[in-house]
Design a protein around this ligand. Structure first.
Ligand code: NAP
Length: 255
């Protein structure tokens, strides 16, 4: 029997993505992890092993989405783009290793938009579908030594704003939304916290926040993301689902 819901989670092997894969709230859903490594041993979970930091990986995903959605007979398709690099590419602008910087930009700035376009292009007319983009407070704060990371998230949010407006004007197409997950205790955040402060001055604040228990569990944030769906068409384009240790400054600077 075919599943009634088909759900992709990019970066389902670690941290927030792993929690999302384990807690998909649609009964009997088939879930596909899209990452460089596999998720094994979970009922209903398949894998597309691909590198989303390379154009060849985008093409593999495009082809996979076309094939899967063309033969899908269920009633809802959902794509959660969560994969990102949290530590690579850190450093004052102009000092980052050029190849590392390029890989960071391909994964964090280019991939969300390419992946989003690929999903929307593959959804057959009339199939109810949704697309969630995982953003970060870094989209609006001033993440010193992580300019590329912040720019990637800001770009992703602007793409979401425009696509949501297109859906309002056309009255058709999948819903799209960006979510701010807040501070989440993941391998990615712990790696950022362990970074040399000369390369990433905020590492100390992250370490202290982890020690003081100010960081949410991935399970808590995954549940909050699912609870925020589907987003209202006239609601915010970017939904904060949990608090961030950087949010107070970020959101006031934005005004
Ligand atoms: N943790 C936080 O406090 C926090 C705060 C704000 C926003 N976020 C956002 O939340 C999302 C998840 O972050 P996290 O903290 O859970 O990170 P994480 O623990 O580092 O996990 C990152 C995931 O991305 C995948 N990934 C990395 N490079 C990839 C590539 N080239 N191709 C395909 N997949 C790749 C990894 O899978 P493979 O290694 O198997 O490829 C992994 O599953 C990210 O979008 C991040 O920006 C996190």
């Amino acid at each position: 029997m075919s599943s009634t819901t088909l759900c992709w989670v990019t970066g389902g092997t670690s941290g927030l993505g792993a929690a999302l894969v384990r807690s998909v709230p649609y009964e009997g859903a088939r879930v596909v992890n899209v990452a460089r490594h596999r998720v094994d041993g979970l009922d209903g979970v398949d894998n597309l092993v691909t590198d989303l930091g390379q154009p060849a990986g985008w093409e593999a995903l495009r082809q996979h989405l076309r094939d899967e959605l063309a033969r899908f007979t269920g009633d809802f398709a959902l794509f959660v783009h969560n994969a990102a690099a949290l530590t690579s590419g850190a450093g004052y602008a102009g000092t980052v290793d050029p190849m590392e910087h390029e890989r960071h930009v391909l994964l964090n700035s280019a991939a969300p938009i390419v992946v989003g376009e690929a999903f929307l292009a593959a959804v057959p007319d009339g199939l109810p579908a949704g697309l969630v983009m995982v953003s970060s407070t870094a989209s609006t704060s001033l993440p010193v030594t992580r300019a590329a990371y912040g720019a990637g998230k800001a770009g992703l949010e602007q793409w979401v704003r425009v696509v949501r407006q297109e859906r309002r004007e056309r009255g058709t197409g999948p819903w799209v939304v960006a979510v701010l997950p807040g501070s989440v205790d993941t391998p990615g955040l712990r790696a950022a916290a362990a970074t040399d402060e000369a390369v990433y001055p905020r590492a100390k604040v992250l370490r202290e926040s982890l020690e003081r228990g100010l960081v949410h569990s991935p399970e808590h944030v995954a549940a909050a993301i699912w609870a925020a769906l589907p987003p209202a068409d006239d609601g915010p384009d970017v939904i904060r689902v949990a608090s961030s240790i950087a949010a107070a400054t970020a959101e006031s600077e934005r005004r």
